[in-house]
Design a protein around this ligand. Structure first.
Ligand SMILES: [Fe+2]
Length: 241
């Protein structure tokens, strides 16, 4: 069984379509989406519709939560807040209902799934450092947990009392070792690469691999500008930050 784990599509239809095409070419059996399907980009309804149709499990992210009024936008920066207000204005009723019903956590085949952190899924905390990751391993039973939220692809490896961070490379789940894997972002990467990011997870082999996919960034850029979303949200896509 091969899973594709995607996250943080952020209403970027071109990136999502390019990833789905790549996913098909990789012989993926099931797609898992870790949330933030909407917010920032110009195609929230289309992206939510595609994710709903294609993914086996879909979780709720903070932008999905905010776009349906379940999370305050007070702590969002001005760009994110503007995008959420814009998204609220264009979301179709069935899409809104769909997003409202999404769970915060899930699991598939030995993997725990959450948008932000296993310990406090609704607090929307970030995990960047090994000491932050360390405490999270107590909050799930599975050998591996896939997360999103930071838009920065990396993974943490815990052996005994030590926890190390690693940059994306293919790896295989080892016995007596546990993993927290940030799958990066499809629609708004912030790890210095503008290409869409996702992960494949093979069961029972335990192979995990990061993938980067080019997409029609200029079209996404134009759509954001045309929708009168903050231009910064288009600019940042060009540099992946
Ligand atoms: Fe996000």
């Amino acid at each position: 069984m091969r899973y594709a784990v995607i996250s943080d599509v952020h209403a970027n239809l071109e990136a999502l379509e390019a990833v789905l095409k790549k996913v098909e070419s990789l012989g993926v059996d099931k797609i898992v989406c870790l949330g933030d399907t909407v917010g920032y980009g110009a195609n929230p309804n289309e992206c939510a519709g595609l994710v709903r149709e294609k993914a086996h499990v879909v979780l709720c992210g903070n932008h999905d939560h905010a776009a349906v009024g379940d999370t305050s936008i007070e702590y969002f920066n001005s760009y994110a807040r503007a995008a959420i207000l814009w998204t609220m204005g264009v979301l179709k009723p069935d899409c809104r209902e769909y997003l409202k019903g999404l769970p915060l956590t899930g699991s598939v085949d030995g993997a725990f799934l959450v948008h932000s952190t296993p310990s406090e899924p609704a607090r929307w905390n970030y995990v960047f450092e090994p000491h932050e990751a360390m405490g999270e391993f107590n909050a799930f039973q599975e050998r591996v947990c896939f997360i999103g939220h930071s838009h920065f692809a990396l993974f943490f490896v815990k052996e005994g009392a030590s926890c190390k961070v690693a940059l994306p490379r293919p790896f295989t789940l080892e016995n007596d070792t546990r993993y927290l894997v940030n799958v990066g972002s499809v629609g708004q990467p912030r790890d210095g690469l503008p290409t869409a990011c996702f992960v494949t997870y093979d069961v029972p082999d335990g192979n995990v691999q990061f993938h980067r996919v080019e997409y029609d960034l200029s079209l996404t850029y134009q759509k954001i500008v045309k929708a009168r979303l903050p231009r910064f949200l288009a600019e940042r896509l060009l540099i992946g930050e």
